[in-house]
Design a binder for this molecule. Sequence first.
Ligand code: RTP
Ligand code: MG
Length: 147
Amino acid sequence: MERTYLMIKPDGVQRGLIGEIISRFEAKGFTLVAGKFTQLTRELAETHYGEHKERPFFGELVDFITSGPVFAMVWEGENVIKSSRTLIGVTNPIEAAPGTIRGDYGVHVGMNIIHGSDSEESAKREIDLFFTSNELVTYEKTLKQWI
Ligand code: RTP
Ligand code: MG
């Protein structure tokens, strides 16, 4: 079953959106595999966003993502990587559709509430970066076997 890495960014935490965001992924039918409330070091943030190292906003991005606690998660489900990106909405909240997380709650491109892995390779890389294998909890949903 496919897994993805999602991270509620410092603005999402500060605005009290952790519960609302978790609810959306639960309601969609995905399964929580791991969760961690933590604050990123600069080193971890620079590794996580390494693909953007040469971009003009890189310094600002690292400053922001390390500015306060984040809620890091692993979710599992069918096509969860792509589907999560759909639930999250496009990068710039101004363009994100209403009904998406960024469309409903975001205003600023740098402070866009939540991160989601963009491919199988980045999901694997990011899950390994933030969680050890014994922090990933595998279980069967016994009440909703149709999901
Ligand atoms: P994320 O990685 O955080 O899930 O966001 P994303 O895939 O939608 O966007 P990405 O291109 O990977 O950019 C990573 C984060 O960098 C910030 N950003 N700022 N100032 C700017 O023009 C700009 N562009 C991107 C955003 O916080 C974006 O989520
Ligand atoms: Mg990205």
